[in-house]
Write a protein that binds this ligand. Structure first.
Ligand code: ADP
Length: 247
């Protein structure tokens, strides 16, 4: 079998003077996986993502990207993260400069930066916004620009933290269509379980810092007993389906 894109082994993490957020956490993500990470607020989804990007240092355990250890504090353009709040991600004076930011940090030539920025803006359908200040954009436009900045770096793994939060129906639908045709390996934390059902081919349910279930979206999200045991609800579109509590 091909080497996993992301391997997390025995990972533990706690913030200073706090109990463990993640405890002996194990997860393997393979090329082409589109994994929905579900769990209640505070179960550690964002913390897991920040660890996978090298933004936090584990208390114990290992994280490897294509077999190479993730070095905390280093820039890892192979892992792209789209933050929950685009205002945390969009910091430049124009959309163009924002999408160029990561590429410049990769040390690419100016020509390559320009080419990749133009491609990424086109991919996300936001080329007309190139010269607008990001803070003047709508929430949906900001989200697409933030994704363009990540996609421009051509990451192997793209992490989305609550990507449908605060989007209107049209922007949410556009994002679903974009993600469904995306070729990248995806890790998506979301409380929008209908969104997860439409986009993901695997779901990992987290509670108390551990993986509680890992399997097909319909199997996990449609399991009333499992979902309720972890403070979650079966999404409406599955609520009349067969109860899979034997999982
Ligand atoms: P989720 O994304 O699943 O909502 P988080 O990873 O944001 O969960 O948070 C996990 C736990 O860690 C929560 O109890 C939260 O309060 C705590 N936490 C998150 N960030 C910090 C921080 N910077 N300092 C201290 N505790 C934090």
């Amino acid at each position: 079998m091909a080497k996993p894109i992301l391997t997390i082994t025995d990972l533990s993490f706690s913030y200073p003077d706090q109990p463990d957020v993640l405890q002996e956490f194990d997860l393997e993500i393979h090329r082409g996986d589109r994994v929905g990470i579900v769990g209640n607020n505070g179960c550690g989804k964002t913390t897991l993502f920040l660890l996978a990007c090298g933004c936090l240092t584990p208390s114990a355990g290992h994280i490897a990207l294509m077999g190479e250890p993730i070095q905390p504090g280093q820039f890892h353009p192979q892992v792209g993260m789209v933050f929950q709040n685009p205002d945390d991600q969009l910091i430049s004076a124009s959309v163009w400069e924002d999408v160029a930011f990561g590429l410049e940090n990769m040390g690419l030539s100016l020509d390559d930066v320009d080419r990749r920025v133009a491609e990424a803006l086109m991919l996300l359908g936001v080329q007309d916004l190139a010269h607008r200040p990001p803070h003047h954009l709508s929430g949906g436009q900001k989200r697409m620009v933030a994704i363009a900045g990540v996609m421009a770096m051509r990451p192997q793994l793209v992490i989305y933290d609550e990507p449908s939060a605060n989007l209107d129906l049209r922007s949410r639908r556009r994002l679903i269509q974009f993600l469904r045709q995306s070729q990248e390996t995806l890790l998506i934390a979301s409380h929008d379980l209908e969104f997860v059902l439409e986009v993901c081919n695997r779901v990992v349910l987290i509670d108390q810092g551990r993986v509680m279930a890992d399997g097909s979206p319909r199997h996990i999200l449609g399991n009333t007993a499992l979902m309720e045991a972890h403070g979650l609800e079966v999404p409406y579109s599955l609520s009349s389906s067969v109860n899979l509590s034997a999982y």
